[in-house]
Design a protein around this ligand. Structure first.
Ligand SMILES: Nc1nc2c(ncn2[C@@H]2O[C@H](COP(=O)(O)OP(=O)(O)OP(=O)(O)O)[C@@H](O)[C@H]2O)c(=O)[nH]1
Ligand SMILES: [Mg+2]
Length: 236
């Protein structure tokens, strides 16, 4: 007789008694255990404003920064994504966001970052140089930066600054998502054509993971961009 015979009534009885409860226990633990909670953008809170890299929160965990030309719609995009119209200050006046603003999320050490816009004509040359330097320090040295969201007005895409940011991401192998925003300002056909133009211009850019038609007003592209941000912040 083999040393273990599964047909043996005693073995069957033992399995009947012992096999099920542990399996259920494992399933329960998968549901209720320490599995990290999904990111909830609605829980975003203002954390801190930083004028320079040394004022930023500790460089741990993961964060995604929103960059783009002044007035492109970065702060509005953040407010749309977090479903909180008052989170990041928006303005008709370009140059509203002058500091690096950090927003914390429900998951510890995950952040969204609103960067100062580039190309605001009314500030002095010295101030511009200053910003550019702080921005470049942030982009170069920030280790928790998991991806960059480049916000471009769909009617005026790929400015020199946008192209510089794309090249910078490519050079540093940083995942890039482009939100072509204010799509509500164009007819759908025009917006589609604009998207095709952007895609064509960036067809060789490896770091460009997502190009999304977006509107903070009509919420076009909202769920798609939230999914990308969640994946980046969770390290998927
Ligand atoms: N119609 C429309 N207007 C938008 C959209 N997104 C932003 N705006 C408007 O564009 C203007 C600038 O938006 P902001 O979000 O403040 O732009 P920003 O890129 O943060 O600007 P800075 O902080 O100056 O760099 C505001 O008047 C917004 O209401 C959009 O999707 N559709
Ligand atoms: Mg802003």
């Amino acid at each position: 007789m083999p040393w273990l015979c599964l047909d043996e009534p005693a073995v069957k009885a033992a399995f009947a008694k012992t096999a099920e409860p542990p399996m259920l226990a494992i399933q329960d633990s998968l549901v209720t255990s320490d599995a990290p909670k999904p990111i909830s953008f609605n829980s975003a809170r203002f954390q801190i404003s930083a004028a320079k890299l040394s004022d930023c929160p500790p460089d741990t965990g993961r964060e995604v920064a929103f960059a783009g030309r002044s007035n492109a719609g970065k702060s509005s995009a953040i407010n749309c994504i977090t479903a909180n119209g008052k989170l990041a200050r928006t303005s008709k006046t370009p140059g509203r966001t002058r500091l690096i603003n950090f927003f914390s999320l429900n998951r510890e050490d995950c952040r969204l970052v609103d960067l100062p816009g580039y190309g605001y004509a009314k500030v002095s040359r010295d101030m511009k140089d200053d910003w550019q330097q702080h921005l470049s320090h942030y982009l170069t040295d920030r280790r928790s930066l998991a991806g960059l969201t480049l916000v471009m007005d769909i009617r005026h895409p790929l400015t020199d600054f946008d192209q510089m940011m794309v090249e910078w991401c490519e050079h540093n192998k940083l995942p890039l998502m482009i939100l072509a925003t204010k799509a509500d300002k164009l007819k759908f056909g025009q917006a589609k054509t604009a998207m095709l133009g952007i895609r064509k211009a960036l067809k060789d850019v490896q770091c460009l993971e997502h190009l999304i038609m977006f509107s903070a007003t009509s919420k076009t592209g909202l769920e798609e961009s939230r999914k990308v941000l969640s994946d980046w912040l969770e390290g998927v």
